[in-house]
Write a protein that binds this ligand. Structure first.
Ligand code: DOR
Ligand code: ZN
Length: 348
């Protein structure tokens, strides 16, 4: 429901989120719990969350770190490795907390060293997931050193994803944090079993934001920001189209300020502090605020076969300045849009 200066929508969910562990987890979990009903929790810890017991332990740690009275629900994800057995998939589903499994090509990103070195190694696991109706979440980039970093998503579609979709026609797949027109076109032309998440930073920024006028490490993430035209434009069109194949996944991925402002800076952008406000800005820029609720609060739940949240949230049209930093364990993290003015604010 939209009046001139307020926007009320069903409470959204975040279908792709990194919350880390330990003190770092305690620093950021409240940001998401304030905004979202549920979130798909990425399993790329050290060591990775690769079996039901680890997922249960991580779930408990997250729940213990939640602010009092929070009704936020973490949805757990299994990290696929070359050695993932079909029994582990079954045990994870039986445990009741794990709703999906994640494919990180080995070496593609932060803590992906235990990832999959050859897609053939997880074919038995994929067969099992297809049978159980468990979605596969994909970090869709090749790791071939010969492939330019800006082309790694498109080449992944060509070399890996096209074949996986053919070999497992009933497997539900979320192509995570898509960044290219190639990915948008692939998802549009694929079956109903193929969906994608889109981050706020890939909607609101492009590689110029990262590189023009000096290198901006807080814009560095994977998959890397692409060109405005055609890629950012294609993401904006897809997200605001009302097509249920595209839904909210922030990929909020906090790193300490010093780990990003470094000669070898980490990939990852914190957006959980104002995720829904960021998406509202992006949708407003396309005159598509009426499409925000589907993208943020309905399509993802439908894809996962989960109920819609019962509560609503309200956004108010109001300028506010994003803080320069937030506390993060014993240090600080610089959030997306630090020091910039946003035009929407979540009403507490
Ligand atoms: O930018 C990223 N950061 N991309 C990923 O795929 C992982 C994430 C992280 O865990 O920091
Ligand atoms: Zn991620």
């Amino acid at each position: 429901m939209q009046h001139n200066d307020t926007l009320q929508i069903i409470r959204p969910d975040d279908w792709h989120l990194h919350v880390r562990s330990g003190e770092a987890l305690k620093s950021v979990i409240g940001m998401t719990a304030t905004q979202m009903g549920r979130a798909i929790i990425m399993p790329n810890l050290m060591p990775p969350v690769s079996n039901a017991a680890q997922a249960k332990q991580y779930y408990q740690e997250i729940v213990n770190a939640l602010p009092a009275e929070s009704s936020f629900t973490p949805l757990m994800v299994l990290y696929l490795t070359d050695n993932t057995m079909t029994e582990q998939i079954q045990a994870a589903v039986d445990g009741g907390l794990v709703v999906a499994a994640k494919l990180y090509p080995a070496g593609a990103t932060i803590n992906s060293d235990s990832g999959v070195t050859d897609i053939a190694n997880i074919y038995p696991a994929l067969e099992k997931m297809q049978q159980l109706g468990m979605p596969l979440l994909i970090h869709g980039e090749v790791t071939d050193v010969a492939i330019d970093i800006f082309d790694r998503e498109a080449v992944f579609i060509e070399r890996i994803l096209t074949q996986v979709v053919k070999d497992f026609p009933e497997l539900k797949i979320v192509f995570e944090h898509i960044t290219t027109k190639d990915a948008v076109d692939f998802v549009l032309s694929a079956s109903e079993n193929i969906a994608a998440t889109i981050t706020p930073h890939h909607l609101l920024a492009n590689r110029n934001d990262m590189l023009v006028g000096g290198i901006k490490p807080h814009y560095f993430c994977l998959p890397i920001l692409k060109r405005e035209n055609p890629h950012q434009q294609a993401l904006l069109s897809a997200a605001t189209s009302g097509n249920a194949k595209f839904f909210l996944g922030t990929d909020s991925a906090p790193h300490a300020k010093n780990d990003k402002e470094s000669s070898c800076g980490c990939a990852g952008i914190l957006s959980a502090h104002c995720a829904i406000e960021l998406y509202a800005s992006a949708f407003e820029s396309q005159n598509a605020l009426d499409k925000l609720e589907g993208f943020a609060s309905i399509f993802g739940a439908d894809f996962y076969g989960l109920p819609h949240n019962k509560e609503t949230i309200t956004l108010k049209k109001q300028d506010w300045i994003v803080p320069d930093s937030y506390p993060f364990a014993n240090t600080t993290v610089v959030p997306f849009m630090a020091g910039k003015t946003l035009g929407w604010k979540l009403v507490p």
